[in-house]
Design a protein around this ligand. Sequence first.
Ligand code: F6P
Length: 545
Amino acid sequence: MTVNRLPLKQLSAWRALTEHSQVISQTSLKTMFGVESRRGARFVVKEPGIYFDYSKNLITGETIRLLIALAEESGLPSRIEAMFRAEKINITEDRAVLHVALRAPREEVIMLDGENVVPGVHGVLDRMADFSSRVRSGDWKGYTGKPVRNIINIGIGGSDLGPVMAFEALRHYSARNLKFHFISNIDGTDFAEATHGLDPAETLILVCSKTFTTLETMTNARTARRWLVDALGSEESVRNHFVAVSTNADEVSKFGIDTDNMFGFWDWVGGRYSMDSAIGLSTMIAIGPQNFRAMLDGFRSMDEHFRRTPFERNIPVLMGLLSVWYAGFFGAETLAVLPYDQYLKRFPAYLQQLTMESNGKQTTLDGRRVDYQTSAVFWGEPGTNGQHSFYQLLHQGTRLIPCDFIGFCRSLNPIGDHHDLLMANVFAQAEALAFGKSADQVREEGTPDWLVPHRTFEGNRPSNTFLLDELTPQALGMLVAMYEHSVFTQGVIWQVNSFDQWGVELGKVLAKNIAPELDTANSTVLRHDSSTNALIDHYRSRKTA
Ligand code: F6P
């Protein structure tokens, strides 16, 4: 399938933005806030449960007008509809992109290839709810009759990062009598440490893999199976201790897991968009079906906001357009995500896959090489820890790094004045980045001249601030959907397919070829480049030393 559209840089809005960016480069946040006293209230979107302040960006009303013109000229409105209407917008894999169906209410109808997909979604959710309740209540028994105390999620990428992030984010709501462990890395250390001290008879293993062929996951799953069967002395025990989450029933059966113990999803759910599908089984066991449904409601509210709100007040659209603005016109290479909530400690890692696997692309939908930057490198750490690590570079380094600050108005653990102090730091950091501290101010404080440049902060460093009421399951759903749709917006403007990931394939194939060559008994002549050959030789000579 080919898609013909004008190359991005030939769009009139892009050309207008190029000129306009020169104007913006001549001004500063300090000046813009100085001339417009209400700026901090103007560039704000308030939706139930979320306050989005984007006033500390290098923008004027004209910038937003032009960025929205770019979105319109790029066909964003019709692309959004195409996604929600189940068109096969993932053209390189000929698939619909329907993660929004995962949170559709029961009565909604979403037709794909002549079939309404919503009943299937709710069918799986209902089975998950039933199973989760049985595990949580102790009704589901292990092979020896003991109730489950440990849950191990085995998966990688989207089959791990979402579950880990959601478990950590919603730990406050989790059943504390159950212990959750996540194994993703093929490094045996991950398995050894996660299972250390666990009693297999009390352990439930969720093997999560969309394809059920992923090397890391299948290797870990086989090891887990051996660990269990060796301890319990019977293959029969697999039935009580293994559950599969996958789209691939054949492979699940081949592995030896009864498909009665399988929770399915569909090829129209991308791995990195799957934490609210059956891939979220560990989340549901942890927080219970009711909280899981509240999380889905949060996703849904952001879906509706994205689909129906004019772009001027559309949070994911504005976020996406700002990312395009900085990547395209200010040379921004990275974007820092800075959640001021310890529960969101894995949120930046989760976003790395969501954003970079989606938009880390160089080929447009019609097969051309892009001549502009696409996805920024996403990274981050929870505040305030990051402040004592890399914020120096954010404030005084040579790069422009837009920041997303995420904070909550109420703490789930209100202890003394911790929360006010935490939030004071959110506001202070965004303020310091934007307005800095001039050389004159530093001098007036009595700083000797030679020290003044070291203590000066240029400011003019952009950020978004997201204030949510409280870290509830619903708020988490809203937050994740917000980034999902921001990623979508960016992908449309950059004219890339945000839903494939061909870039991960080559390394997988090469590793498969190399693995047998690492066997010291293998004497075949190595036919790689001289560097790879030498590395393999060195490894082989040392591995048993
Ligand atoms: O290698 C990348 C990837 O395909 C991701 O897109 C995906 O989330 C991950 O591997 C795991 O895939 P699976 O769920 O099929 O095991």
